[in-house]
Design a binder for this molecule. Structure first.
Ligand code: R5P
Length: 294
């Protein structure tokens, strides 16, 4: 197995190659003067099982084009199989035509991802809501791994406390909150979120958290609007320490500042999007899945 990477996931790919005892194949990317991308994958890929690791954060559109170019380069070099690992899979939140004239972005992007004839796709905590499973989006075999057990273990080791309540901000977060609650042997509560705009949400629901430590669980933090509103509700009910376990910390603009101002103690996330909050690496998850293929 050969492992290569796109510009967003070099460190992660290096670690996965290390853990799988696989050869890391270097790739490079540069921009032409007009802004078009150029990529090149080194080495002889003919007849090889190649894994491409490339996350779609933080600027998904150029990263998607880079992915398409890399995957084409690998395919046309005559590899035996191409497995793509997209740790953060963007565009899944537009999983419906919410208003007339909108595209079904999740489907559009899924078909682009499949266009280089991939053999399988692996991702982490995909935002599956109206599409219940990756197989509703992809024809190729796909695997949706979850970092939630690893995030919960990190929390337990570092901040573990008996009086903990797990809270998810909206219906789709229940799939992740449930797993964390099981790991922490804690109860969980799911709130009701309504999105009013890109940076505006309302949160409703009962929160019996007085004096308790709270762990917020979600797949993505982007503008921070969801977590800030949730913090207001929790602290308004007298919650103790509030920490958040979030797989993909996109943290756009000044969102982290907003979270700390709202009273969040720790944001704990993974390296699907490498930030200073990436306390947990998804490399062991990916390595185990890849080793299971051979
Ligand atoms: C959407 O339902 C997701 O699960 C997250 O809750 C959402 O993407 C967070 O976005 P923001 O930080 O902008 O509120």
């Amino acid at each position: 197995m050969l492992i290569t990477y796109g510009s967003s996931s070099e460190a992660l790919a290096r670690e996965v190659a290390n853990q799988c005892n696989a050869t890391l194949v270097r790739s490079k990317r540069r921009l032409f003067p007009d802004g078009e991308q150029y990529v090149q994958v080194s080495g002889d890929l003919y007849g090889e099982d190649v894994v491409l690791i490339h996350s779609f954060a933080l600027n998904p559109d150029p990263l998607l084009v880079e992915y398409l170019l890399l995957a084409n380069a690998i395919r046309s070099a005559g590899c035996r199989s191409l497995t793509v690992v997209i740790p953060y899979l963007a565009y899944l939140r537009q999983d419906s035509r919410f208003k007339p004239g909108e595209p079904l972005s999740a489907k559009v992007i899924a078909s682009l991802i499949e266009s280089p004839r991939i053999d399988r796709l692996i991702t982490i905590d995909a935002h599956l809501h109206r599409f219940r499973s990756l197989s509703d989006l992809f024809i190729a075999p796909s695997l949706n791994l979850s970092a939630m057990p690893l995030l919960a273990d990190y929390y337990l080791k570092n901040f573990g406390n008996l009086e903990t309540v797990v809270v998810g901000p909206d219906a789709e977060s229940e799939q992740w909150a449930k797993v964390v609650a099981e790991h922490l042997s804690s109860p969980y509560i799911i709130m009701e979120k309504e999105r009013l705009g890109d940076r505006e949400v309302t949160i409703r629901g009962g929160v019996p958290v007085k004096g308790k430590n709270v762990v917020i669980v979600d797949d993505i933090v982007s503008t921070g609007a969801t977590l800030v509103k949730l913090m207001e509700a929790l602290l308004g009910e007298g919650a103790g320490n509030v920490d958040a376990l979030v797989t993909h910390a996109l943290l756009v603009e000044d969102s982290y500042q907003k979270l700390t101002q709202a009273g969040l103690r720790n944001l704990i996330s993974t390296d699907t999007v490498p930030t200073r909050h990436s306390k947990v690496s998804v490399a062991p998850l990916i390595s185990k899945a890849l080793q299971g293929l051979s």
